[in-house]
Design a protein around this ligand. Structure first.
Ligand code: SF4
Length: 468
């Protein structure tokens, strides 16, 4: 008898990567429309856990209204003689994988950012209770991670209850992240890799180092070590660092070899501390995206929960699309919030010297880790909503990128005679151009022009002014 005979839909690895579009969804749990949502794993004493128990606090699938989004919390409590609190993050991250094994049930993101959908089709097939989801999780966890002896699952859909536990969960995540701070990449000889997201991005492998937290923000170097030790054949594995090829960009021979192997030759080099050249790939569940802003030669960062348009005129979803998919895209870089607290954060690109814009919420979260001299120089949506406003702000605050403008932009005489020799108008190490749906990157570019047209776009509808 199959392990899932009593479940009304199929369960298996083939359903991983299945996307459920809005028109096909019965209901949604968490996601962008819901502020408070979380998933959390806690290691407990054996007497505190009733093996196999599934509790639902609030309404169940069958009581929910079609097409609606609901507050949601998943609490998984586990016990076993070998289980340490250090493993909580690792067990918790598997919720993503195992939920996605269920036909017509989609899980995205992690921790406080979870987004789940149940398809109409699976609901009609009889997947009408969270009890089934709890049963599947219990069986998969126990068969895949035998060190879990007892496990109970609680689903919370009562918004008030979710709210209370949500703030508690945030404190637990912070304590976990804080535990992993302080250790340096130079001090270890092993990194860890994760391919859990390859079902969505087949050429993506996360390289988790002490100072470069996983993109999803859910797996620290310590979590990686714990995961690789309890399940060495699992999705999280050890990477021998190998030779240090570039300390500034963060290139290691062992990382390159692993990336090549795990992506079947698609990715051959990885530079851990830069968004250019061979940046770390991005899957789809990064907490935020760092994006290069050519107009100011600096970086903005936008996080998944940011609802407005970023300073360059694009929403998170568009920036995320430009970043995701296991590619190495110059100037678009999936990151975790915790990586912003690392001294290695975009080290090769100038680190905080180069960051010009952040949503206020992110700035608050990482404020204590921004070098004091830069805190007031980084704009938020309150100071700059457009590139023009950003330029003014950066000049006023004397942000270090302003110096780069002088270096890189050569003044052009107002009248350039046709026969005058062409002068370099722009020089840049990397110059991205977006046109006709393609992104063209000129490396070490020197652009010459006989005439320069500066065009300011006044409105989206096309009212333009031109200066020649
Ligand atoms: S983002 Fe990276 S570390 Fe996190 S689950 Fe995906 S592959 Fe693993």
């Amino acid at each position: 008898m199959s392990m899932f005979e009593d479940i009304p839909v199929e369960v298996g690895v083939i359903y991983e990567g299945e996307r459920i579009r809005r028109k096909d969804m019965h209901i949604e749990l968490g996601g962008p429309d819901i502020k408070e949502k979380f998933e959390l794993t806690r290691v407990k004493k054996p007497e505190e856990v009733e093996d196999g128990k599934v509790t639902i606090i609030g309404s169940d699938f069958k009581d929910m209204e079609e097409g609606k989004s609901y507050a949601f919390g998943i609490l998984i409590e586990v016990a076993g003689p070998q289980l340490e609190p250090e493993l909580e993050g690792v067990i918790e991250r598997r919720i993503h994988e195992y939920c996605n094994f269920i036909e017509g049930f989609m899980h995205l993101n992690q921790r406080y950012d979870i987004w789940l959908r149940l398809s109409k089709k699976s609901f009609q097939k009889g997947l009408n209770s969270l009890q089934y989801i709890g049963k599947v999780l219990h069986r998969l966890f126990k068969s895949e991670l035998p060190i879990i002896e007892k496990m109970q699952v609680t689903f919370i859909t009562d918004p008030e209850k979710v709210k209370g536990l949500y703030s508690e969960a945030l404190q637990i995540y912070e304590a976990r992240d804080a535990r992993a701070r302080g250790l340096k990449d130079e001090e270890v000889d092993k990194f860890y890799g994760c391919v859990l997201c390859q079902s969505f991005a087949p050429t993506h492998v996360c390289v988790i180092t002490p100072q470069r937290y996983s993109n999803c923000g859910a797996i620290s170097w310590f979590d990686g070590r714990a995961a690789a030790s309890i399940d060495p054949k699992g999705p999280v594995f050890t990477i021998e660092k190998g030779e240090l090829l570039d300390p500034v960009k963060g290139e290691f021979s062992g990382v390159n070899d692993t990336a090549k192997k795990k992506t079947l030759g698609e990715i051959t080099r990885v530079w851990l501390y830069t968004a250019f050249g061979y940046p770390h790939t991005s899957c789809g569940c990064f907490e935020g995206t760092a994006f290069y802003i050519p107009e100011v030669d600096g970086f903005g960062v936008v996080h998944r929960g940011y609802k407005d348009i970023a300073v360059n005129g694009l929403p998170f979803s568009t920036l995320a699309d430009s970043t995701a998919g296991g590619r190495q895209v110059d100037g678009f870089h999936g990151i975790s919030i915790e990586y912003m607290r690392s001294p290695k954060f975009l080290q090769a690109d100038g680190g905080w010297n180069r960051v010009v814009w952040l949503p206020k919420e992110v700035k608050e979260r990482v404020k204590d880790f921004i070098p004091a001299e830069f805190v007031d120089k980084v704009a938020t949506e309150e100071e700059a909503k457009t590139i023009d406003e950003l330029k003014t702000f950066l000049k006023e605050r004397n942000h270090p990128v302003v110096e780069r403008w002088k270096e890189e932009v050569v003044a052009v005489p107002a009248e350039v005679k046709e026969e005058a020799p062409a002068v370099p108008v722009v020089t840049a190490t990397t110059l991205p151009i977006t046109a006709g749906g393609f992104r063209i990157i000129l490396k070490d570019a020197k652009v010459y022009a006989k005439k320069v047209i500066i065009r300011s776009v006044k409105s989206e509808k096309g009212e333009k002014t031109e200066k020649r």
